[in-house]
Design a protein around this ligand. Structure first.
Ligand code: FE2
Length: 339
């Protein structure tokens, strides 16, 4: 019996090691990928959209891939593999991929070179906004302009630079002028790095009481912006302000520290446009197996223990359920589970 048990343990270990090694292969081959040309920047991506016509299309939004760390790149490679399959069956064209910033780990030249390698893997035009980790000089060199507008089919897009945290008076003037210009289109979308609200509690990032955040949200509502895309917090969150959908999509690759139950998971967002209807789907992507084994499994374990002790998740589904003893109108007692 002991012989049989040993045999099975060996098989399990071999399968486990094989799975870990297999999941590392895309990362290994990534180091031989040649990066996209510096000319393949925002300006170039926009020129590729000019001939798009019609009122049905999709695009992909992701953020905070933080290229330059093997954990981040491996996760981004896996996300890109899924993105590239989004237009299979040819039902709806994916016109472009929009990155809402923090394209680099910490703004070094090597990080940007890694980002250009990721760009090679993406089969759609790539448009990038600047994040607070992206050094402006290098961003310009590798990704091109950082504040601009563009038209794709029936929709108008405004990309802003708020890597410093808020928008200046000059930027508000630019924004309002462009929002006016966008009124003749079916949909207006705004993208920038930092959200104009607090997507997660117990964090240093506090925008809910910032004057610029109030002004920005009101302006978006006044000019009927359809959606605002941001990142910065490494999670998914969506919230509506005056009817304007604000989507935080910061799960593009960076190691995520927020618990999964609160939105801390790898993902990208696919947005579908049909005339003036706009819907979206969150595409959750599981980490590569080796990354799950070395990081994500343990991250969740820590929160599970913290949750058991009463201070883990904030808003997730796994939040502790509290049974209540209640009475109905006929005075019958029963237990009710309250989240
Ligand atoms: Fe980030």
């Amino acid at each position: 019996m002991a012989f049989m048990r040993n045999k099975w343990i060996k098989i399990i270990i071999i399968v486990f090691v094989a799975m870990v090694l297999y999941s590392l292969l895309p990362l290994v081959s990534f180091y031989f990928v040649k990066g996209a040309s510096k000319n393949d920047n925002n300006q170039n991506a926009l020129s590729e959209l000019e001939s798009n016509k019609g009122v049905y299309f999709s695009f992909i939004v992701f953020g905070d891939n933080h290229a330059g760390l093997c954990f981040n790149d491996a996760a981004a490679i896996k996300e890109i593999w899924h993105m590239n399959r989004e237009d299979r069956h040819g039902k709806s064209p994916i016109d472009f991929v929009l990155n809402v910033g923090d394209v680099s780990l910490d703004g070094s030249r090597r990080d940007f070179q890694n980002y250009k390698k990721l760009q090679t893997l993406i089969k759609y035009p790539l448009i990038s906004a600047i994040g607070n980790h992206d050094k402006p000089g290098l961003f310009k060199e590798f990704c091109g302009k950082k504040e601009f507008t563009f038209v794709n089919r029936n929709s108008y897009f405004i990309v802003l630079d708020n890597e410093v945290g808020e928008l200046s008076e000059k930027q508000f003037e630019f924004l309002e002028e462009k929002l006016k210009a966008g009124q003749k289109y079916d949909n207006i979308f705004v993208a920038m790095h930092k959200p104009p609200f607090d997507p997660y509690q117990q964090e240093w990032y506090n925008m809910d009481t910032s004057p610029w955040a109030f002004r920005f949200r009101k302006l978006c509502a006044e000019y009927n912006v359809r959606m605002v895309f941001t990142g910065h917090k490494h999670m998914f969150k969506s919230e509506k302000f005056d009817g304007v959908e604000n989507i935080v999509t910061g799960g593009g690759g960076m190691l995520i520290e927020i618990p999964e139950a609160d939105g801390g998971y790898l993902h990208y967002v696919r947005v579908m446009v049909n005339h003036d209807y706009v819907t979206y789907e969150v595409r959750k992507v599981s980490p590569p197996f080796w990354e799950y084994v070395t990081y994500y499994f343990w991250k969740e374990m820590v929160y599970r223990v913290r949750n058991f002790l009463g201070n883990g998740y904030i808003s997730g589904n796994d939040v502790k359920k509290v049974p209540l003893r209640v009475k109905d109108l006929n005075d019958r007692e029963y237990w009710m589970i309250k989240k």
